[in-house]
Write a protein that binds this ligand. Structure first.
Ligand code: SLL
Length: 217
C-alpha cells in the first residue's frame, strides 16, 4: 500500500561524495587542455541508486548537449575541455518520496593548487571532491522503506586506503582539529574581551580626569 505519510521526528542521512578529477592532456589535437570527470557516488563505493531517481549535471553552455541526465549509475560525465566553470549537479528522488530535488554547486578544477617552489608532476591527476551528507527529515513512509533498504554496514570505512580518502578515522581527526580550533578561538575571544575591559576602565579614569580638569577651569 502506498503511503505518503510523513514520519514525525525521523531523520535519515546518506553520505555522498561529489566533485571532479582532471588530468592534463599531454598530446593535444585541439584547444582542449584537460580530460576530466565529474561524479556523484557513495564515498565507500557503495550503491546510492536505491534512493535516487535521476541525476543531472549541468555543464557550461560551450558544451554540446550541456544538460546530461542519468537514471542509473555511474552518475558521472567525462569530457575534455579547456576551462574551469561551475557545474550544477541536480539530484532527483523517487516520485513517491515527495522530496524536492537537491542542487549541488561544484567548481570544476583543472589546475593544481599553487604551491610556491613545487612543481606538479606531469600527468598527475588533480582531485577536487568532497564528502557530504544528504539529510532527509521526516521522510514519507514509502521513502523511509527505500532509504533503509540497503544491507547496512559502515557507510564509510574505518581507515582510509587507496582511493577511499574519507574514513571514520579521518572523521575523528577532523573533529579533533575542529575542537582544537574552538579552544583557540575561545581563548582569543577571552583575551580580546579582557583587553576591551582594561581599555574601558582606562577610558572611565580619563573621563573622570577630564571632568575634574573641566570643573577646575
Ligand atoms: C573560462 N568561464 O573562460 C570559463 C568558461 C568553459 C569551458 C569555461 C568547452 C569544451 C568544448 C570548454 O571546455 N568550456 O569546446 O567542448 O575559463
Amino acid at each position: 500500500m502506498k503511503s505518503g505519510k510523513r514520519m514525525k521526528g525521523v531523520v535519515i542521512s546518506k553520505p555522498i561524495m561529489y566533485g571532479n578529477i582532471a588530468t592534463e592532456l599531454l598530446s593535444r589535437k585541439t584547444d582542449h587542455t584537460h580530460r576530466w570527470t565529474v561524479f556523484l557516488r557513495g564515498p565507500n563505493g557503495q550503491d546510492i541508486s536505491y534512493f535516487i531517481h535521476k541525476v543531472e549535471f549541468k555543464l557550461h553552455e560551450t558544451f554540446v548537449n550541456n544538460n546530461r541526465a542519468f537514471k542509473s549509475p555511474p552518475y558521472e560525465v567525462t569530457e575534455t575541455g579547456w576551462g574551469e566553470f561551475e557545474i550544477i549537479t541536480k539530484i532527483y528522488f523517487p516520485p513517491a518520496s515527495g522530496e524536492k530535488p537537491i542542487s549541488l554547486y561544484h567548481m570544476l578544477k583543472l589546475y593544481p593548487p599553487d604551491a610556491p617552489g613545487q612543481s606538479w608532476p606531469k600527468g598527475k591527476p588533480v582531485n577536487n571532491f568532497f564528502y557530504d551528507e544528504l539529510i532527509f527529515s521526516e521522510p514519507t513512509e514509502d521513502f523511509f522503506g527505500m532509504l533503509t533498504k540497503d544491507a547496512g554496514g559502515p557507510e564509510i570505512p574505518l581507515k582510509a586506503s587507496g582511493n577511499q580518502v574519507f574514513s571514520l578515522e579521518s572523521e575523528v581527526a577532523e573533529c579533533k582539529r575542529l575542537e582544537t580550533a574552538v579552544v583557540q578561538v575561545t581563548g582569543k575571544n577571552d583575551e580580546y574581551k579582557e583587553r576591551v575591559r582594561t581599555a574601558e576602565a582606562e577610558i572611565a579614569i580619563l573621563r573622570r580626569d577630564i571632568a575634574a580638569l573641566e570643573s577646575a577651569l
